[in-house]
Design a binder for this molecule. Structure first.
Ligand SMILES: [Fe+2]
Length: 185
């Protein structure tokens, strides 16, 4: 068993007896990436207006949250929304943990071009396609990859996983803002 930091161990423990082995193995690989490279900011700093309802100050506040912490917060929100016996639960956990993985410079830079609002979503989807390859069913892999690919794309019809990911992401951001304003983060 790999040794992760406390927050990662905590979310891993909450999944260990619930996720099927193949899904758990994918989740562990995502957590290993977040543990190693997720110290970067959860907000890309080139586009201060990148949050739909955000302001520059909101942006600068949220920029203090690491990608690793934000990803765990989103997964925690999802856990609070969805009963673990639901079929989509394992896929939702994977999608939440990996939704912003394309913000890791090494992963984002695998796609050409300047950073755009949706580049991290596209880069994350590509990275997850490689990471999942052959480990989940084609249908499951597609559900996760499409949710990550479109999590900022309001014109895309929401699948149940995409809808839950967007809600969990928004609620996590709200909590992060409140926590930072109170000085808890
Ligand atoms: Fe994102």
């Amino acid at each position: 068993m790999q040794i992760f930091n406390y927050e990662i161990n905590e979310i891993l423990e909450s999944c260990t007896s619930i996720l099927p082995p193949a899904h758990l193995a994918v989740a562990v690989d995502i957590l290993a990436i977040l543990d190693k490279e997720g110290y970067v900011s959860s907000i890309y700093n080139k586009f201060p207006q990148s949050r739909a309802t955000g302001t520059t100050s909101t942006h600068s506040i949220l920029a203090k949250i690491s990608l690793r912490d934000h990803s765990i917060h989103v997964a925690r929100k999802f856990q609070a929304m969805v009963d673990h016996r639901q079929l989509l639960y394992p896929l939702g956990i994977i999608a939440c943990l990996a939704h912003d993985i394309g913000k890791i410079p090494r992963i984002c830079n695998q796609l050409p071009g300047e950073y755009t609002m949706t580049k991290h979503a596209r880069a994350g989807a590509v990275a997850m396609e490689r990471l999942i390859d052959g480990r989940l069913t084609t249908r499951e892999a597609l559900a996760v990859i499409l949710a990550i690919r479109h999590h900022h794309d309001c014109n895309t019809n929401a699948s149940p996983i995409l809808d839950l990911l967007r809600r969990a992401d928004c609620e996590a951001r709200d909590d992060e803002l409140i926590g930072l304003f109170r000085g808890e983060a």
